[in-house]
Design a protein around this ligand. Sequence first.
Ligand code: DCP
Ligand code: CA
Length: 404
Amino acid sequence: MRKIIHIDMDAFFASVETASNPSLKGMPLIVCGNPEGRTAVASASYEARKFGVKAGMGLREALRLCPNAVLIEGSPRKYVTTSVRILRILSEYSDLLELFSLDEAFLDVTKTEHLFGGARSIALEMKRKIREEFNITCSIGIAPNKLLSKLASGFSKPDGLSEILPEKVLETLEDIPVEELCGIGEKTKEILNKMGIRRCGELGRFDVKDLERVFGKGGRMFHDMGLGVDKSPVHPYYFDSVTKSFGHSMTLDKDSNDMRLLNRHLLQLSEQVGRRLRKDGYSGRTVTLVIRYENFETHSHQKTFGYSLDEGLEIYNSARRILRKVLDRNRMVRLLGVSVSNLSRGEKQQNLFGERRHDSLNKALDEIRDRYGEFSVTRGSILYTGSKQNIVPFGMAKQREIRR
Ligand code: DCP
Ligand code: CA
């Protein structure tokens, strides 16, 4: 039986702001993008939530509900720094640490909990350290898998700590509305409700075949979810892989500089690389193109993405762009090679609607690093992919506090 911890920072952006300016403590606080533009609520303090203010809500509506709210234009860099520092604390308790979004992480402590007096002690210690170091609170769930630990962390927010014991799983799930499970979004909920399924208990007892008829492969996953079954592993962020890259190269039948022909070969190579990556359960962020000219002079060029690739077409698109940029068209090409490196391992599972699961950590952090000033948080589901919530863009302007 595994022991998984899910940790979720309470009102994360708002808490970080309050921690850096304690005079805000106890006030209804809204962190948003540029308050003078069209923006939405990114994070609302619990005091603001009492008035009905929620993340994703337009600022105008939020202010109608809570006219006295203090507005703060968010500073993404501050949240990323805090997030990374918090991660460091969490990583003291297990190597199996997965950042699920900027302020949520899973920790598999199955093999390490005994070193710290059990998962509960770990949770309490993490809470204490985060409070002492950052003056912010978090909510923690402990359970035999990710699905249930994420559910449990929401049981008594803010500053909560809840555990779902293996023998209590079904009892706990029985009356919980299906949409509280991570991965059951609005659309799925509606379809399930129409089928007469409102609670997890009902979902777990529903005929799998009927669910499969409606949801295809997803049917079984939903059924499992209703029973609290989730085998997905905690994907560690830093995957120290022995395999460093996957690549293919080919010597052309005849040296050529015909772009159409070269692209055709690139597509074929990219498809091969993608297939091998997927077969071995890898994806990678760096695409490298190797060009050898007729005189054996060999060049390699690469591009690194903020997310992982494992599909031929994506790899091809990137390789083709590199080729277009770097190819010396006055020379004949003898060999082409495509490889993908910067690998991480983990199932890239399809969601119901065929969307891809992007590594939320990489995405969140890289997007901010690459284009500071724009910030988006993608919330994934554990098993499939997440749908994008409202994106709150932050301007480049310095953090301002607007008192109204
Ligand atoms: N976020 C955002 N835009 C959204 C939702 C969230 O920019 N539409 C950002 C701001 C949040 C952070 O992501 O502080 C974490 O999102 P959560 O949904 O976990 O919200 P909070 O941490 O603010 O609150 P909670 O205490 O409910 O976890
Ligand atoms: Ca949170």
